[in-house]
Write a protein that binds this ligand. Structure first.
Ligand code: F0G
Length: 362
């Protein structure tokens, strides 16, 4: 038998919005612009969990395994498909990096022009690089993410360009699929869903996804949503916009989230909470995940794990339960900063004994 005839169905992936078509705003005319996103691994991390609490079974859903390295691809496949259906020729977004890379890639795939507006000096090189490689117009402004989003909103009000930030409802629709995959993998909803909160689109989308699955009879109960913001970029926790947000987790360095109200609704309807974690807690969680479980996520993503660690220390988990942390993006986005928190590597001459000595073998 020719090798090409052997079980090719093993390799078969369906575009995300096709796979969950019944839950998506698809019409007969919606084109499917896809890079075969989704199907991200939900990894059970027992070794890490044992250092946190004897009550929790912990899973991390590694969204860094999406085509452009973040969860944004789930929403972008839907948003760009709808943009093409509507006859749009151009897309624009403000971004701390991941949305930009995703918008640039899916625009390239669809043959759209794309512009990405970034806060100057605050976006990791990997993401600027992706946006440029995909042929987007990259504009860095002297301002923060909130300033960039205001400019993009202004432009899309004045000119016929499609906004692909999470204010675009199709982004939220697509991002619901993360919740569907979790429930499909577990066979039920988790008890707790931990997630970083920046512009607050993703917590909104996951909550909508869980609710849609419950309404469809696919799950019996809903999880409690545990959102985490960085301590000095925590407008929802503090109850007011933060004019100059700060955090090493640049993806969630946002002072006035567009999804503020819907994030609060997800928190309150689910009986959950939105809390703060410090940069130190975020960094420790990022390193712990990478070194104890082999999962390398970016700092913003580690806020979810940092939050679960914090809550466990406070004695929050009193009964056995399942917790899913969303690791929203890949650590390779910003290797430079990651290397700064590791011990330096060793340089030696090309000599076996020197290497063996360094390894304490002789
Ligand atoms: N984690 C990562 C890795 C992100 O890139 C973002 C948002 C979030 C979490 C927060 O998600 O905004 O839906 O609450 N990044 C946006 C961007 C702002 O431009 O890439 P959210």
């Amino acid at each position: 038998m020719a090798i090409t005839q052997i079980r090719t169905d093993w390799f078969k992936r369906v575009p995300l919005i096709e796979r969950y078509r019944e839950f998506m705003p698809m019409t007969a005319d919606t084109p499917v612009v896809s890079l075969l996103e989704g199907y991200t691994p939900m990894i059970r991390v027992d070794r890490l969990a044992s250092t946190i609490s004897d009550k929790i079974t912990l899973y991390v859903k590694f969204e860094g395994m999406n085509p452009t390295g973040s969860f944004k691809d789930r929403g972008m496949t839907m948003a760009i498909s709808k943009a093409v259906e509507a006859g749009s020729k151009a897309a624009i977004c403000a971004s701390t990096g991941n949305t930009a890379a995703s918008a640039a890639a899916y625009s390239a795939r669809a043959g759209l022009v794309c512009a990405v507006i970034l806060p100057k000096g605050e976006v990791a090189l990997g993401k600027v690089c992706q946006s440029m490689m995909h042929g987007a117009k990259v504009i860095a402004i002297e301002g923060n993410f909130d300033d960039a989003l205001n400019i993009v909103l202004d432009i899309t009000r004045k000119y016929p360009i499609t906004l692909v930030n999470s204010l675009n409802p199709y982004r939220i629709e697509g991002q619901k699929t993360g919740a569907f995959e979790i429930c499909d993998d577990l066979g039920h909803a988790p008890m707790y869903h931990a997630i970083p909160v920046g512009n607050a689109g993703n917590i909104t989308a996951y909550w909508a996804g869980y609710k849609a699955y419950k309404e469809a009879g696919k799950i019996d109960y809903l999880p409690r949503m545990l959102g985490f913001q960085a301590a000095k970029s925590a407008p929802i926790v503090d109850g007011h916009p933060i004019p100059h947000p700060e955090t090493i987790a640049t993806a969630i360095r946002i002072g006035n989230p567009a999804g503020w109200k819907t994030a609060e609704a997800a928190r309150d309807e689910s009986g959950g909470s939105i809390e703060k974690v410090t940069d130190e807690e975020i960094t420790a969680a990022q390193k712990l995940l990478a070194s104890t479980e082999g999962v390398f996520c970016e700092p913003a993503s580690a806020a979810s794990v940092a939050g679960v660690i914090k809550k466990a220390k406070e004695g929050f988990f009193t009964e056995k339960c399942e917790v899913v942390c969303i690791l929203t993006g890949h650590g390779l986005k910003d290797p430079k900063r990651a290397m700064e928190i590791c011990a330096p590597f060793i340089e030696l001459p090309a000599d076996t004994d020197a290497v063996a000595r360094e390894m304490n073998l002789i």
